[in-house]
Unconditional design. Structure first.
Length: 233
């Protein structure tokens, strides 16, 4: 059974989420603060985290920053009562995989969670298949799959897991244009619930990391009105 950690200080929300998830076969663990979440996270291999933004003390954004800084790669869905686009973008920027705006439908939440868990499993299988190859074709950008690292002009690029998966997909198909929708499906497994700007946020972060090594290089190219591709160099 998959264990889900719910972090929310509203007892009524926790009760609704717990009831629905347990009906769907999940084991639910709930805490009411970011501090508690950081304490219990090492105690159990959680399949996913449902994280409220408006927590007392350390808010959800800071909690997520600390979770990612400590190396936890579990899928995270941010729960927020705020409808502002800036909050959704901030969540994605610091490592959230999806967001749900309160009030939300428990059915929708479960659908998003299952989609996220399914895609996480698919990405793990993709990595296993790709690991049979030592390296990709010669290119200033080298993806060393056996060591799970990216080299750019010989320097290691520090990438988060989703950024790595995005770059692997583009690098295994140099010159091929992927629409944002295709990248969402193949890297995140997202359906129509999720804004395609998720891709733009991650592409922007990857470009910034590459530019820190070579500001002049154009590796991930934009095909205006279509999507993105890796430069065929």
């Amino acid at each position: 059974m998959q264990h889900i950690l719910v972090v929310d200080d509203e007892a009524a929300i926790v009760d609704v989420v717990r009831s629905r998830l347990e009906r769907e076969g999940f084991v639910v663990h709930a805490v009411m603060s970011g501090e508690e979440a950081l304490t219990v996270l090492p105690q159990q291999p959680y399949a996913a985290l449902l994280l409220d933004v408006g927590l007392p003390g350390i808010d959800g954004f800071e909690t997520l920053r600390q979770i990612r800084a400590r190396g936890y790669d579990l899928p995270v869905i941010v729960l927020t009562a705020r409808g502002d686009e800036i909050d959704r973008v901030v969540g994605l920027e610091i490592g959230a995989d999806d967001y749900v705006v309160k009030p939300f439908s428990p059915r929708e939440l479960v659908a998003r969670l299952r989609t996220l868990l399914r895609r996480t499993a698919e990405v793990a299988l993709l990595r296993a298949r790709l690991s049979r190859h030592e390296e990709l074709a010669p290119h200033p950008l080298q993806v060393d799959l056996s060591r799970h690292r990216v080299l750019f002009h010989g320097q290691v690029v520090d990438l988060r897991p989703r950024e790595f998966d995005l770059l692997v997909l583009l690098a295994t198909h140099p010159g091929q244009v992927f629409t944002r929708e295709a990248l969402l499906r193949q890297v995140w497994g997202y359906d129509t619930y999720v804004d395609v700007r998720t891709v733009d946020v991650h592409v922007r972060r990857v470009r910034a990391r590459l530019a820190a090594i070579d500001p002049e290089a154009q590796i991930i190219l934009t095909e205006w009105g279509v999507g993105y591709k890796l430069a065929d160099m």
